[in-house]
Design a protein around this ligand. Structure first.
Ligand code: SF4
Length: 606
């Protein structure tokens, strides 16, 4: 790539700074991911936003945290360092659910593992503090967000302190952080000391005493040794996630307090539009010679919205992006499509238009007063809220508008969809099945046994069966060969071997064969992780069975993969332990009724 093309990226070294006529940076971004100048990646998105606000920003992507000189290549920044582990928690990135080291990393050139440290937020912050004494440090991203309070850590198998305490950073910004980080940069530029920035929504800081206005959570010491105190802290935290009425939370750590301000207010469409109109190059930095797998996946995809109101127990998206759906305008999205069609590698296919859940685009709470006072974690579970506007009008309009671009030959939906919205979104599903399934449609029932879906806060097996029937009938009527890819979790809290037998029988009866199953990982911040750790529901106090032994988890997984010959012995054992030998013939010996409607599942990580 020519020098001039390199200079369209944000600086990553002195040469990039010199090309812009800068002798110093205002803000140094440090990230555990490779630098892909794309709004799907948090660090480039924030860096471009601050660039647009007039700040001189540079990006240190996957620096060697053991080499202080490597951190100093762009010199000491004038205002602060903004530090993130990257798009994933570094421990999730490094280890499987069985705590085995992963051999790959989708966010690194060549998919190579090992480019970032374990507990990257702590390691990078320590390194930056070593390289630049006294420089204000701001931590953010998914790892910092979900570890902002004392939390159970699966890899250490203990409750850890807030990452703010362990990293010794000056400020933690949780959530998407556009508004908060811009405010921090402006206030630092105005000469304010970082120690006095204590009032920002979406921030956490260390203070000397518990403010009167804050909700006092059980302390770190209490939650570390008392399971019911842990549950109380989780419940109180959940009650204050609504940005419209949430109060600050305070949790004592030693002789100091972690003070977490209420979440940021959702961005308006015009604010999101402005962000997505920034001059992203939509490419990895030209210095990389190897492909970056995560980039290949999103290269021709479009983010239409953020947030999710599904409230699945194992998912922490709502704790990071919020429950409110924040949608871009159709004009902004089609303008991005237009730019994408001029990408040198574009061949007519948009691989995805969506967000955490594709068919939530444009949906919202229809009663602003109720929304402001709302304490539900899900607008859909246990049943759809009467205030939820579920109309597919905008989502359908969006699909049509993108397809109106003559350069777009194919438009696929690869983001997950909520199939329980089908009854209220008939036109969207018709359009989806007729034009936007690239052979396989990802859906996430996660389990097909009522007792488990209830713990997961997911729609039950009846709704999944209804959707499957509709999918197959419509696909057949349309003459399209396409199948559903069901995502399933084994080993989730509340799941017994008998429940997994039920799920396996459901799959067989509905002619679904899966090739990969997600073994539950208790990641920081989710309700499921709280259930896993405490063994009881933080809201009802009801005890929950937690499959923890490696062998039981193996048996659960084998049941969902009953059709693999290598699993036959394990399936036999699981059936015997569950007292379900009666299911053996149906599961292992009887041929599935009708043609197999399923080809394979794909890998995913949470
Ligand atoms: S009132 Fe209902 S629709 Fe509105 S935010 Fe709450 S749960 Fe969702």
């Amino acid at each position: 790539m020519k020098k001039s093309a390199r200079n369209t990226f944000l600086p990553t070294d002195r040469a990039g700074m010199t090309a812009r006529g800068w002798d110093e940076l205002d803000i140094l971004f440090v990230t555990g991911d490779a630098y892909v100048d794309h709004p799907s990646f948090g660090t480039p998105l924030l860096a471009r936003l601050l660039e647009a606000a007039g700040f001189r920003v540079g990006i240190l992507a996957q620096p060697d945290w053991r080499d202080l000189d490597a951190l100093r290549i762009m010199g000491r920044p004038r205002l602060c360092a903004a530090i993130s582990a990257g798009a994933m928690d570094s421990m999730v990135n490094h280890y499987t659910a069985a705590k085995k080291i992963r051999r790959d990393d989708a966010y690194t050139p060549g998919g190579q593992a090992g480019a970032r440290p374990n507990r990257a937020v702590i390691a990078y912050t320590a390194a930056i503090k070593g390289a630049f004494k006294g420089l204000p440090t701001v931590i953010g991203g998914i790892e910092a967000s979900l570890r902002r309070l004392a939390h159970y850590d699966y890899w250490d198998n203990k409750v850890r302190r807030s990452v703010l305490v362990d990293s010794k950073a000056d400020l933690l910004l949780y959530g998407m952080a556009e508004t908060a980080l811009t405010a921090v940069a402006k206030r630092l530029a105005d000469g304010e000391a970082i120690e006095t920035i204590r009032d920002l929504r979406g921030s956490a800081v260390l203070v000397d005493s518990c403010p009167e206005t804050a909700v006092q959570l059980p302390s770190f010491d209490e939650v570390a040794k008392d399971l019911s105190a842990y549950n109380t802290a989780f419940r109180l935290t959940s009650e204050h996630t609504n940005p419209f009425h949430g109060r600050p939370l305070a949790q004592q750590h030693g002789n100091r307090w972690v003070l977490v301000q209420p979440p940021a207010l959702p961005l308006r469409p015009e604010e999101l539009d402005r962000i997505y109109a920034l001059p992203f190059q939509k490419q990895p930095h030209p210095d990389y010679t190897d492909r970056i797998p995560a980039y290949d996946q999103i290269k021709f995809s479009i983010t239409s919205h953020r947030g999710c109101f599904g409230g699945c127990a194992f998912c922490a998206i709502a704790h990071h992006q919020g429950k409110t759906i924040q949608s871009r305008s159709i004009a902004s999205i089609t303008a991005e499509v237009d730019r994408l069609t001029r990408h040198p590698e574009f061949r007519g296919t948009i691989s995805d238009v969506g967000g955490p859940t594709a068919n939530m685009y444009g949906l919202h709470c229809g009663d602003p007063q109720s929304e402001q006072a709302c304490r539900r974690s899900s607008c859909l579970y246990p049943k759809p809220c009467r205030h939820l506007v579920q109309s597919d009008r905008l989502a359908v309009k969006l699909l049509h508008a993108i397809h109106d671009n003559p350069a777009v030959k194919h438009l696929f939906i690869a983001s997950g969809i909520r199939y329980d919205l089908l009854p209220k979104q008939p036109t969207y599903f018709d359009e989806l099945l007729a034009h936007h399934v690239g052979g396989l449609l990802k859906v996430a029932p996660e389990a097909a046994c009522e007792t488990v879906t209830r713990v997961m806060h997911k729609p039950g097996p009846d709704q999944f069966a209804f959707f499957l029937e509709h999918f197959r009938q419509r696909s057949q009527a349309l003459g399209r060969r396409q199948a559903v890819v069901p995502y399933l979790i084994s080993g989730h809290p509340g799941t017994t071997l008998a429940d997994m037998v039920e799920t396996a029988l459901f799959l067989k009866r509905h002619r679904l064969k899966v090739e990969q199953v997600q073994d539950f990982t208790p990641t920081p911040g989710s309700l499921s992780t709280c259930l896993y750790y405490t063994g009881s529901d933080p809201f009802s106090g009801a005890p929950i069975t937690v499959p923890k032994s490696e062998h039981e988890r193996k048996l659960q997984k084998a049941l969902l993969l009953w059709h693999l010959p290598a699993n036959r012995k394990l399936v036999d054992e699981a059936l015997r332990l569950a007292g379900r030998q009666d299911a053996r013939t149906e599961l292992l010996d009887a041929p599935p009724k009708g043609p197999t409607g399923q080809r394979r599942t794909t890998r995913r990580r949470r």
